[in-house]
Design a protein around this ligand. Structure first.
Ligand SMILES: [Zn+2]
Ligand SMILES: [Zn+2]
Length: 260
């Protein structure tokens, strides 16, 4: 499983404590439902996915009517097959509908009702990965259902719902499941924002990483104007916010995005 922790995608803290749950009957599958840009699935566009997560979390946390404390889902899966941690295992989620949230966890695919409407094979594998993760880490039962099971909604859309009804098979039919890939190994974000005038081993680490990725950057542990310029260029390349500062998202992108 290619797992992206909350720290790695730059999640805000929940607005209040989660409700602990021991186990569930299983997992319900969702889609975003609104338009998802068709080109999000492009191999070079994974750099946008963490930003989509932050937007999704912000919109849920701002939703006064629902009173969400956090992103509603247990996990979200991008078209590149990465599993983004939502509320996670053993936490009550809030996506399945009133009275239905304790029975199942929720996994949302970044698929819409226009634009990107068909899940990619990598994404179906990722949804499967997320379900298996919630079974092993969160004591989810065997059921795999759609949001529309028990609640009046189109979610998760026809293609995903047909897949759910088929038992959520990994693409490729009876082929053995690919061995779970270890989460990308990269050093943890140092916990401080690296910007102009910052110095230290952590500055050297990001400089070395960008240099390994082909950027012309001096690896001297001193965050000067050149580092700032190269970080801006890297952020532009990955369609991240171009602030020239290395926060958790830019840091993670230096290890997790494809080298182009
Ligand atoms: Zn849904
Ligand atoms: Zn992605």
């Amino acid at each position: 499983m290619q797992f992206v922790s909350r720290d790695q995608w730059g999640a805000n803290a929940p607005k209040s404590d989660y409700t602990y749950i021991d186990s569930t009957q299983g997992v319900k599958v969702h889609y975003e439902g609104t338009e998802v840009p068709a080109d999000l699935m492009g191999a070079d566009h994974h750099g946008r996915c963490a930003g989509r997560m932050r937007d999704l979390q912000a919109s849920h946390q701002a939703n006064q009517a629902e009173g969400y404390i956090d992103i509603a889902y247990s996990a979200v899966v991008c078209p590149h097959g990465y599993v983004f941690e939502g509320r996670g295992a053993h936490h009550l989620q809030a996506a399945n509908g009133p009275g239905l949230n304790r029975q199942h966890y929720s996994v949302c695919a970044m698929v819409g009702d226009s634009g990107l409407t068909q899940p990619t094979d990598a994404q179906l594998n990722g949804v499967r990965d997320a379900i298996e993760w919630l079974r092993s880490a969160g004591d989810a039962g065997d059921e795999i259902r759609g949001h529309r099971d028990g609640y009046a909604t189109d979610c998760p859309g026809e293609p995903l719902y047909a897949w759910v009804q088929a038992g959520a098979p990994r693409p490729g039919g009876s082929a053995p499941a690919p061995a779970p890939a270890p989460a990308p190994a990269f050093p943890a974000w140092p916990g401080r924002y690296l910007r102009n005038y910052t110095e230290g081993g952590d500055v050297q680490t990001i400089q070395r990483r960008l240099s390994e990725r082909g950027w012309t950057i001096t690896v001297d542990g001193k965050y000067g104007p050149q580092s700032e310029r190269i970080v801006r260029e890297f952020q532009a390349d990955k369609e991240l916010e171009q602030d020239g500062v290395v926060g958790p998202v830019t840091w993670a992108a230096a290890w997790t995005t494809p080298i182009t």
